[in-house]
Write a protein of this length. Structure first.
Length: 220
């Protein structure tokens, strides 16, 4: 498997350098030069081609939301994981709306950060489980039911079953068990449905499904 190229965007030099040093010991992670502001973050994203961007929400007087907006516009394949000292639910929802696929507080262990980076690189993500339901509820209130329903109509019956399992909160292995499929087949269906929905993460797909009226099933 190809090493995961990781760009840390954080203006707190001591924290960023310590994190880079720790993550650099992971054999499958390649840690790129640290960016301390929006301009450098965008320049390094263009030249170094990271797979995952680990982003602080506060960059001096600047906001990590600007990085999110511009990275999604210019480099939609880059996966963004927010790593911040903030624990604001509103900020989390704003970040996810703008394309973040993960949210971690800086009190998390480096081991957990590494796991989330790997998940993000594989089209996954991570939101604190105790907050995920509320985040999805707020995102679902954004509207877009008709557009969402139209996109869901493009899915095959099996892809809709996989999406329903995702809405039910199941992971890949659990989906495979429920539907009697191999994990590889579930991965293929997941990739196909994300492509059809023009989504970059399971979280985005779940949000779209909920906007279109899909709800957790009774056996979820």
């Amino acid at each position: 498997m190809q090493p995961i190229r990781v760009l840390i965007v954080d203006d707190h030099a001591l924290f960023a350098e310590a994190l880079a040093a720790r993550l650099g010991r992971e054999p499958d992670l390649v840690i790129l030069p640290i960016a301390a502001d929006v301009r450098r973050a965008l320049a390094l994203t263009a030249t170094e081609r990271p797979r995952v961007l680990v982003l602080d929400m506060t960059l001096g007087a600047e906001s990590g939301l600007e990085v999110l907006d511009r990275v999604r516009e210019r480099h939609p394949d880059v996966r963004v994981v927010v790593l911040t000292a903030m624990s604001d639910l509103d900020a989390m929802v704003r970040a996810v709306r703008r394309g973040a696929v993960g949210w971690l507080e800086k009190t998390e262990s480096a081991d957990h950060v590494a796991r989330v980076i790997r998940s993000a690189a594989r089209q996954g993500g991570w939101i604190p489980p105790e907050l995920l339901g509320e985040v999805l509820r707020r995102l679902a209130l954004d509207g877009g039911e008709q557009a969402g329903a139209g996109l869901l109509a493009e899915l095959t019956p099996r892809e809709r079953e996989v999406l329903q399992c995702m809405v039910d909160g199941l992971g890949r292995a659990e989906i495979a068990e429920r539907l009697g499929l191999s994990a590889n087949t579930v991965r293929t269906h997941t990739q196909n449905l994300l492509a059809k929905l023009d989504m970059h993460s399971a979280l985005e797909a779940i949000t779209l499904a909920m906007r279109a009226g899909m709800r957790p099933s009774s056996d979820g």
